[in-house]
Design a protein around this ligand. Structure first.
Ligand code: FE2
Length: 179
């Protein structure tokens, strides 16, 4: 019996499989725009989550309020001066929206150059793709800020950076066990 399979059938089969895989992958991952829509939705419906918010004078308070294989959502509260430091989000895209107060988002070129600070006020949303690096801070002297953050796929690793005169320098990495 001849069990050989014509090569063109194998190629077709492989092609179909790769197409199917890419469609599944696209469906599982939310785009920055979709993540922005989700944080905007949650920002406009605080009754769904406001009772969970806490304040922590030792550092930013945060809690994950949703996780699936597609994306996750975190609440963060910021007392005056609390900040993240420069960090990326690994291979995840993300978005955040300010609910109360205001945050400053600082973006610095990896290889040096002038950092750009954007004020994000209540109702505003920012969205970004994988490998994006920023520092987020509550610059107010006396006001608390609360924000909603979404990431897709869920965060699995982050890299922290120091901002030097020569640009961003890796300071360390974190995994899921660190947060
Ligand atoms: Fe971030």
């Amino acid at each position: 019996m001849n069990l050989s399979i014509p090569i063109e059938l194998i190629e077709n089969s492989c092609h179909d499989l790769s197409v199917r895989r890419s469609i599944v992958t696209e469906q599982r991952i939310l785009s920055p725009g979709q993540l922005a829509a989700e944080v905007r939705r949650l920002t406009s419906t605080p009754a769904e989550w406001v009772a969970r918010v806490r304040l922590d004078p030792e550092g930013r308070w945060y809690e994950r309020i949703h996780v699936s294989d597609r994306y996750e959502v975190w609440l963060i509260s910021w007392l005056p001066g609390q900040s993240t430091g420069f960090h990326d989000h690994g291979g995840s895209a993300g978005a955040f929206s300010v609910v109360w107060g205001a945050l400053d988002e600082c973006v610095a070129p990896r290889s040096g150059g002038r950092a750009l600070v954007t004020q994000v006020t209540a109702g505003d949303a920012r969205a970004f793709g994988p490998r994006y690096v920023h520092d987020v801070r509550n610059p107010a002297a006396g006001s608390v800020a609360v924000s909603v953050h979404a990431y897709s796929p869920p965060l699995s690793a982050m890299t922290r950076y120091d901002l030097t005169s020569g640009g961003l320098v890796v300071a360390g990495t974190e995994g899921e066990d660190d947060w």
